[in-house]
Design a binder for this molecule. Sequence first.
Ligand code: ADP
Ligand code: ASP
Ligand code: MG
Length: 785
Amino acid sequence: MKVLKFGGSSVASSESIQKVLAIVGEKSKNQKIVVLVSAFGKTTDKLLSAANEALEDITASKEILESIKETHYTIIDDLITKNKKEVYKEVTGLFDRLLSIYEGIYLLQELSDKTLAKVSSFGERLSSYIIANVSAGLFAATHKESRDLIITNNEYLNAQVNFLATNKNINSFFKENKHQITVLGGFISSNNSGETTTLGRGGSDFSAAIYAAALNANELQIWTDVSGMYTANPRVVKQANPISEISYEEAMELSHFGAKVLYPPTIQPALRKEIPIRIKNTFEPENLGTLICKNPKNKNEVKGISHIENICLITLEGGGMIGVPGFSKRLFETLSQEKINVVFITQASSEHSICVGVYENDAVKAKGLLDETFSIEIDRKKIKPIGVEKDLAIIAVVGESLKNYQGLSGQMFSSLGKNNVNIRAIAQGSSEKNISAVINKYDAKKALNTLHEEFFEEKIKQLNLFVMGVGNVGKRFLAQLLQQKKFLRDNLKLNIRVIGISNSKKMVFNNNGVNLNNWEESLHNGEPTSLENFYNKVKKCNQRNSVFIDNTANQSVSEVYEKYLRNSISVVTCNKIACASSFNNYKTLKEVSRKYNASFLFETNVGAGLPIIDTLKNLINSGDRVHKIQAVLSGSLNFVFNTFDTNSTFHNVVEAAQKEGYTEPDPKIDLSGIDVARKILILARESGYQLELEDIENNAFLPKESLKTIDNEAFYASLIKNEAHFQNIFKNANDNDCRLKYVAEFVDGKANVGLQHISVNHPFYNLEGSDNIVLFFTDRYPENP
Ligand code: ADP
Ligand code: ASP
Ligand code: MG
């Protein structure tokens, strides 16, 4: 015999019920089956909210009832083929009774747990009756009222099962029952006096397990809307995978910590009898699903990650507790007397504080009760008033063999730390099947994804990019990403996703990644931007492994890096301004980057795409020391002086350089030498020298009036006016058989930039086009740089 349970989502519409029927037909071919059904779709939620509405507004509650009726009558009309009249009559009778109860609540202005249990039972009473009758039209099926069989105590909404009485009832009923298929409602039960009780929200799973255990079924199947128990909730973590096999204990921990695909108590009866539980997808029945059993084959240390939202931390704290027995007893006694569920406990070994996690709904009540329990100690200032911290979530990493591996908790917390997830409290059960942490609930999604990546996707790391600037460099950058995406994934195991793009006017965000084939269109239709808006949006996205990319040449953009780094968001920039700003600022950015574990990278500040800074870093990290640097670092000035001669005019050549994209947007920044000065400054700083931009001697070749111009138009006009000056510079060099190169030099702590005559035997002589060259003279390479 098998027991099959179909959840609310599996019976939410006529179409899904047809899928259920197909499964029931198939499974009952060779054996008897017991079918437990939940209420249709969200019926239980609706029944309860209609009851709450009835306390104030009976019209609202009647409206909800109408929508419940519509769902049920539609299903009856679509699916019932036999005894339709009788079914209609029975169902209408049930709805009439329900309406009387709502009217009673309204009149009496009273809604007890007993009434709530009665009201919520209608969902399963209706669904099981209707599905049984639909089945009876197709197979040898019958309906049985589950409240006649499952007997509980008087805790109406979360009743405890009397297994002795229940098992006896179930066995004697099934001994007589000759039907191939028996359909029952989950969730519902009754007490000794025959009053309706329920097994708790999500309790249909539990009902199914009770039947499976009582009948020694060979398998319990939980049919739902996902293909098994996943490594994390698939609705929150896209990359989650179904777990093929998992032990009872692990499944229990996962479901206890929020994996609602299975109701935690369900495991108990099945575990006691070692009945295998299989979680299956009604909508994809061919998928294997998850098998919960005693000895699972899959031996991963971490089986899954789950979380519970809406948690509050309640803290009992004070010097007066140290060494005094009885505080925790009183704390837990108070909470348990009022049936407040404690989800999480930690106590520091100093005994200075005890911290418990409870559901947010219970927080106010818990604080009130505890303040009263400890009022004397609080008055005498032995302990502080009870502290309450809201908006928290618990995340848990679950796996049976966690205890056999060192370093897993280290791995868990360091990956959370790297992603700026603040941890408020930690607990590891001594069973060591679970390590849990309390975090801000707004970080829950990021934390789950981070941990999932850490434990299940080590092979591929996701980088989330936020790109500012789509000019020459920015455009090329995005094109390069698109071209390189597959290579990076296959070879470096990096999955790169551009989540946000911005220019100076607009920004566009897509949490699944902006499509890089048509980002221009998306940006065009984007929302207005500002540095502040962009930053706020990046923070709100709250993605793991976030990287802010500055592809602008803008001063104000360079001033926001620190903010990003302090949020553990890495910064990668081609903009030289930050690294060439005050030494203090440069140093701060490096320190903040280290402290918050976020990279600060600026390779393209010097030498465009060439790995110059990286090479320098490697030399220094391996113990070499730089004495002198000589370099031609300006692609634009090189292009200009390699092209300029007596057959051309200076301003035409500069214009061509700008058109080719070799200059900064403002060509004066290149021609004045300031850009080169910034580059040699950065190289000197990276070599370990403390230098400011003002310390660099700049031997400008531009006439003073060109330097003073305020826009590109005036600048070009002054170049035309001073053509003779430039021709003269060229002639001087040419007469000496030299070429003109704009050289940056750093020698023993001092730096200068300027135009130099380079003779034929110098390594710089043959540089062509916009080429760069850098010579490092170091301890290891004193003569042959
Ligand atoms: P049913 O109506 O069938 O009882 P539930 O909504 O109670 O279904 O449970 C199924 C849901 O559980 C899934 O849709 C999924 O969102 C959620 N869930 C949470 N954690 C997990 C997990 N680790 N694996 C699978 N599902 C999970
Ligand atoms: N219908 C009940 C609920 O929604 C029980 C269940 O579906 O498991 O909580
Ligand atoms: Mg459920």
